[in-house]
Design a protein around this ligand. Structure first.
Ligand code: PEP
Length: 246
């Protein structure tokens, strides 16, 4: 039985005051049966860590560098993230693939860098609306995951995978539980071919998950929790989603 995981992706939102409110709301709302984490903007990680001390809520980043260290202005290494206690790093979010031209291989290299420092990469895969309409969903997500499998080889079992259809992110459109489950099953099958740990691995769904659709999504056989954007910015909404995963 896989324990569910719900991760909030704050994206580029918040400030010190609003973060403090959100985190204290979450502390009051917990605990939950599921594992819970928040991935926050880099400047706020340390303060988040302090606020979450002694709680069940883990924290992480929304990206990491593929490089170990050196002259890479603006980059943040996994060693640095590990140094400040991050448990997770989201890599390959569709916004980074789209707006920062991140390739499948770069995403895989970032996942490798995170793992090298004991950080669990949350590797995002997902198709655009055009790709779905062209019948390419399976091909696209398998290609994205294949790069990670090829790069991580025997360590692939250590990642968290997130299926996030691009057309459902921040749009209010959600994949139906059946649509999401169908893709999760494909990904699980691909993982099974790569590692004996596939059935213990968590595959999260992301894309306009809300309190009122979370339970049905999380009830699917291969959906092991959620990666939550907009609804992670309000303690009551995020907490309700965490409870739905319980
Ligand atoms: C995300 O950013 O990973 C996401 C799923 O966003 P939203 O929940 O807002 O669609």
């Amino acid at each position: 039985m896989r324990k569910k995981l719900v991760v909030g992706n704050w994206k580029m939102h918040g400030n010190r005051a609003s973060n403090a409110l959100l985190l204290s709301g979450l502390k009051e709302a917990g605990p939950w049966t599921a594992d819970v984490a928040v991935c926050v903007p880099f400047p706020y990680i340390t303060e988040t860590a302090l606020a979450l001390t002694g709680t069940q809520i883990a924290y992480g980043s929304q990206d990491c560098s593929a490089h170990e260290q050196g002259a890479y202005t603006g980059e943040v290494s996994s060693a640095m993230l590990a140094d400040i206690g991050c448990r997770y790093a989201i890599v390959g979010h569709s916004e980074r693939r789209a707006y920062h031209q991140e390739s499948d291989q770069l995403v895989a290299d970032k996942a490798k860098a995170a793992l090298a420092h004991g950080i669990t990469p949350i590797v995002c895969v997902g198709e655009t609306l055009a790709e779905r309409e062209a019948g390419q969903t399976e091909h696209v997500v398998k290609r994205q995951l294949a790069a990670v499998i090829h790069t991580l080889t025997h360590c692939i079992g250590e990642i968290v995978l997130a299926y996030e259809p691009v057309w459902a992110i921040g749009t209010g459109l959600t994949a139906t539980p059946e649509q999401a489950q169908a893709v999760h099953a494909v990904l699980r099958q691909q993982l099974r071919a790569a590692t004996q740990k596939a059935d213990a691995m968590r595959i999260l769904y992301g894309g306009s998950v809300k309190a009122d659709n979370a339970a049905l999504l999380f009830a699917q056989a291969d959906i092991d929790g959620g990666l939550i954007g907009g609804a992670a910015l309000k303690a009551a909404d995020f907490s309700a989603i965490c409870r739905a995963a319980g």
